[in-house]
Design a protein. Structure first.
Length: 566
């Protein structure tokens, strides 16, 4: 099988991405079990690394990766896992002696003679160890030993790693697996037929060896020790056997044998068996699991309706800026996209919402100077206005200090830093054309960038605004629609909101006047609104001196008639 099959056989949830280093599988780290999918393994070489360095940061080869799952490492060759010749095992030559000294030990563990006989237990010739025979199709293929005088275990040399008591567990759809042979024998006293793993929890060779046998069961229920080692072992086994069919039983004592020795009733054990804990997929939940989340949205209007935009017409359409969303802004050259975004930012700052502006097309000092004119509502500003503005909103306002082109990696890194350290909730990028990508295929790189933005606003519970210019060859006299946004179609597909901002020229206004209508200076069109589904237009008069927009509610103004563009 190839490496992809290997990952699937482990029950891992992964996605394939292309990176400069080659094709990689991205998933949760199998060691630190992060939920951020920062673990990558190269599907061509098998080299892996956990990028969650504050948790583990492990890395290594495919050899090391297999050891994480307790497998016998096998070479990776030409994208395939090469199988070595099947190992041959030796049949035990030792013959169990009839129990004498071992009987007392087994009775102390709560075992009855008829159950001891059922499992064909014996002891070594010197009477110092119990012998647990492993049968496969009626033949003893391995023997495990346990010292009577100390807690010491060992297996027959080169014995076959089969499950203990497997021959008695062939019928039915459900298989019960315990951690040790004594637990298997203890559960037999409760009328529960089960198997136990052959060696310690660190040796999972039995999974591969017994693969066909294990595949015959629809449900696998594990009854492992209630301790750290048991928890870790269960986690690794579930990865191999599949979360969809695995369950775990939590007993009232550390293990089944302890329950038997302490006299836990059959009724209590039965209730535990009948109420196993399932292993849920990280990304598959029942609708009822979201009850509290939905209730929180209902009880907290801001979650559902968002932060007010400060523009009445826009609030009526989209109901505000919600967290975990991406908004795309487009518009013809000179339409005033940047100026309108400044208005949006100022309205957020007035509500004490922290914002970060990545105005890649304008130096921060110029950008701030424009914003002061808008905040103060006048053309000529002085130091008093500067102080007043920064005293009022400066503590909530952050700027990305790069003008010109910037790599997507640097930008995302700055955003993550700002979200973590400063708690910023609103991010603005102006514009996509200033962002560079390592990937030569620009459309594919833009798609991946939008996926990163999606992951970012989801992880940090924030709202991202991205300016994307219309596609090449688009006329400035046309108002761009959603499909006219330049670059990858994934840009608008992944967005929650798409806005088109348009500025009418004097010739268009004269045409409208001649027909008895007035045109606004600018019109903001909502082209996509995923949360509410409503679309519409908001009209503005532009005030040159203060660079502000005054919303128009006069019905005499038309909403972008088709004849304007003809």
């Amino acid at each position: 099988m190839d490496l992809r099959e290997y990952l699937n056989n482990k029950g891992l949830n992964w996605r394939e991405v292309r990176r400069p280093s080659g094709i990689n599988a991205i998933m949760n780290c199998p060691k630190c079990d992060d939920t951020e999918k920062k673990f990558a393994i190269n599907l061509e070489t098998g080299a892996f690394k956990c990028l969650h360095e504050n948790k583990c940061g492990i890395s290594g080869s495919f050899y090391d990766f297999q050891k994480l799952f307790g497998d016998i490492p096998r070479p990776l060759h030409n994208d395939h896992v090469s199988h070595v010749a099947q190992q041959k095992y030796d049949k035990p030559t030792s013959k169990p002696r009839k129990l004498t000294a071992g009987t007392k030990y087994l009775h102390e563990r709560g075992f009855k003679d008829e159950i001891i006989k059922k499992f064909h237990l014996g002891e070594t010739a010197d009477g110092k160890a119990i012998m647990y025979p492993f049968y496969k199709d009626g033949v003893v293929v391995n023997i495990k030993y346990r010292s009577i005088t100390e807690k010491k275990f060992w297996n027959e040399k080169n014995g076959e790693p089969v499950l203990f008591n497997r021959d008695n567990c062939k019928d039915g759809d459900t298989l019960y697996i315990v951690e040790g042979q004594d637990d298997c024998i203890a559960l037999a006293h409760y009328g529960i037929e089960c198997v136990s793993i052959p060696s310690g929890t660190g040796d999972n060779r039995w999974i591969e060896h017994e693969w066909n046998y294990l595949q015959s069961f629809k449900t696998i229920i594990m009854i492992f020790d209630n301790d750290k080692a048991g928890d870790e072992s269960v986690k690794q086994i579930v990865l191999r056997l599949g979360k969809w069919r695995c369950y775990r039983v939590i007993l009232p004592e550390k293990d089944a044998n302890d329950c038997l020795k302490k006299g836990i009733s059959i009724e209590t054990i039965t209730q535990c068996i009948l109420n196993p804990v399932d292993f849920k997929h990280d990304h598959v939940k029942n609708a009822r699991d979201y009850y509290q989340d939905v209730k929180d949205d209902i009880d907290n209007p801001i979650r559902q309706y968002g932060i007010k935009t400060g523009i009445a017409g826009l609030d009526k359409i989209i109901r505000g800026w919600r967290m975990k969303e991406l908004s795309i802004w487009t518009g013809n050259n000179g339409s005033g996209k940047t100026t309108l975004l400044n208005v949006i930012i100022i309205e957020l700052l007035k509500q004490q919402e922290k914002c970060l502006s990545a105005s890649l097309e304008m130096p921060p000092k110029t950008y701030i100077r424009w914003a002061i004119r808008q905040f103060c509502g006048k053309e000529i500003i002085d130091e008093k206005d500067l102080k007043h503005t920064l005293d009022s909103i400066g503590q909530y306002w952050y700027l990305f200090d790069i003008v010109g082109t910037v790599s997507s990696e640097i930008l995302i890194d700055a955003f993550e830093f700002s979200a973590r350290k400063y708690g910023i909730k609103h991010f603005f990028i102006d514009s996509l054309m200033r962002i560079t990508f390592k990937e030569r295929d620009e459309l594919k790189a833009q798609k991946e960038f939008c996926e990163k933005l999606f992951d970012f606003h989801t992880e940090y519970n924030c709202h991202v605004h991205l300016v994307a210019h219309p596609r090449k060859g688009y006329k400035d006299t046309d108002q761009p629609d959603k499909v006219d946004v330049g670059g990858s179609g994934h840009i608008t597909n992944s967005a929650h909101n798409v806005f088109s901002f348009y500025r009418y020229n004097e010739e268009q206004k004269e045409k409208a006047t001649a027909k008895g209508f007035d045109l606004p200076d600018n019109i903001l069109s909502v082209k996509k609104n995923r949360e509410w589904g409503t679309e519409g237009d908001v009209k503005f008069t532009f005030m040159e001196t203060s660079k502000n927009f005054l919303e128009i509610k006069n019905e005499k103004h038309v909403n972008n008639p088709d004849w304007i563009h003809n």
